[in-house]
Design a binder for this molecule. Structure first.
Ligand code: ADP
Length: 385
């Protein structure tokens, strides 16, 4: 019997809400779980077996942490990969692999990977800095709009800008960047694929995401996605190609755009559990967090069947509120059948900081959507003195 995974120690780089939801699973199976995070008040510090204060971007901190565990995984991709390469060489299991993490850390390299593996994606061009981008626009009389993306350290739309005129370039930073064709998006979709060490893989049903226009953050996730069957099949096929090309172990999220013409292109990949998959906790037989732990422990993958339609709403900090968090009207979520509140336990709220989420399940998707919109308007994360 394969029970050795029960004796293995798991280390997670990052102690945020994704780590906390992974720990809900490792607790269930009594897998000892250690966390590395700079903030002793992070969501995971109180619920893991051992918390280590340290910087997941620092070589020595990651290396020292990695030597204490048997398997290491991530809940954030901005981590020190050099230390992970060394740990892997020294026999620690690292999932996702350091090479896949490195690939994903740079949006330009990610685009080159799509191109090389014939994965459909929007046209792009890479630049070493802002000056060479400006020169190129000037020389070729490039058309507007286009999308500017910083190659590194962008997340939740922070390194992304819609450029509509030359003067918009004043607002972008000096970093190496990608100039991306503007896609006329009809739907933003995500497919989560898990693959275990033995190479068995399973994809969750296609998820539909709705974004907040101001923050560029996902605001609502909807299952089942309200798209034609043809688009669902295309999305799953593309996700399978990405998964095979990456040869990953663990769960990955593939973010896709469905265009008004019915094309499906990959926007980007996250090699970890993802905000789009939170509703799998209540809406699917196996949730994304359990699937990731199963995959990295080389266990059989669970069923990805949808139990009920679901909608997830992110609860983020209100603008103009910085300080001790208070969840105004959260009790309303507890008062409705089929509504599941999740509170991450971050003490301090900031504008657009992800503080929690709620999932609404209902036999009728339309009902779930309208409950979600009502609750989003009622529940506010504000600061108190
Ligand atoms: P991040 O990694 O910061 O989440 P993304 O690359 O996912 O950034 O971009 C954030 C959002 O910007 C997307 O969800 C989408 O709404 C929009 N966007 C990104 N790329 C394009 C594009 N090529 N065309 C149109 N909109 C885009």
């Amino acid at each position: 019997m394969k029970t050795s995974f029960l004796r293995k120690k798991l280390g997670i780089l990052g102690g945020g809400q994704l780590g906390k939801m992974l720990i809900n699973i490792t607790r269930k199976w009594s897998i000892e779980t250690y966390i590395l995070d700079p903030n002793p008040d992070c969501p995971c510090s109180k619920c893991c077996d051992l918390y280590f204060k340290g910087d997941f971007n620092n070589y020595q901190d990651v290396y020292n942490f990695g030597k204490k565990v048997d398997i290491i995984t991530i809940e954030i991709e901005h981590v020190n990969v050099e230390a992970l390469y060394r740990l892997e060489k020294e026999g620690i299991e690292v999932f996702p692999s350091p090479s896949n993490i490195e690939l994903i850390q740079n949006k330009g390299i990610q685009k080159d990977f799509f191109k090389k593996n014939k994965i459909p994606t929007s046209d792009y061009k890479r630049f070493g800095n802002k000056k060479s981008l400006s020169k190129y626009i000037f020389k070729t009389k490039s058309k507007y709009p286009f999308i500017w993306k910083s190659e590194t350290m962008g997340y939740d739309g922070k390194g992304v800008k819609l450029v509509q005129s030359f003067s918009d370039l004043d607002e972008i930073n000096e970093s190496s960047c990608v100039m991306e064709e503007f896609v006329d998006i009809k739907h933003e979709l995500a497919v989560l694929v898990a693959r275990n060490k033995s190479g068995k893989s399973k994809s969750f049903p296609v998820l539909e995401m709705e974004f907040n226009q101001k923050s560029n953050q996902v605001e609502y996730v909807i299952l089942p996605s309200r798209i034609p069957e043809k688009i669902k099949l295309k999305s799953l096929e593309i996700a399978d190609l990405v998964s095979k090309s990456l040869n990953h172990v663990g769960l990955i999220a593939i973010e896709l755009f469905c265009t008004r013409d019915g094309d499906v292109v990959v926007n980007e990949i996250a090699p970890r559990v993802h905000n789009s998959g939170h509703l799998t906790i209540e809406s699917c037989v196996t949730c994304q967090f359990e699937q990731h732990i199963r995959a990295i422990c080389d266990l059989p993958l669970g069923s990805v069947t949808q139990i009920l339609p679901g909608v997830m709403v992110n609860l983020v900090g209100e603008i103009n509120h910085n300080g001790k968090a208070s969840y105004h009207n959260i009790y309303k979520a507890f008062d409705i059948e089929g509504v599941f509140p999740h509170i991450y336990g971050k003490k301090i709220t900031k504008p657009y900081r992800k503080m929690g989420h709620i999932t609404i399940t209902d036999e009728k998707l339309d009902e779930a959507i309208s409950k979600a919109r009502i609750l989003k308007n009622k529940i506010k994360i504000i600061s108190t003195k």
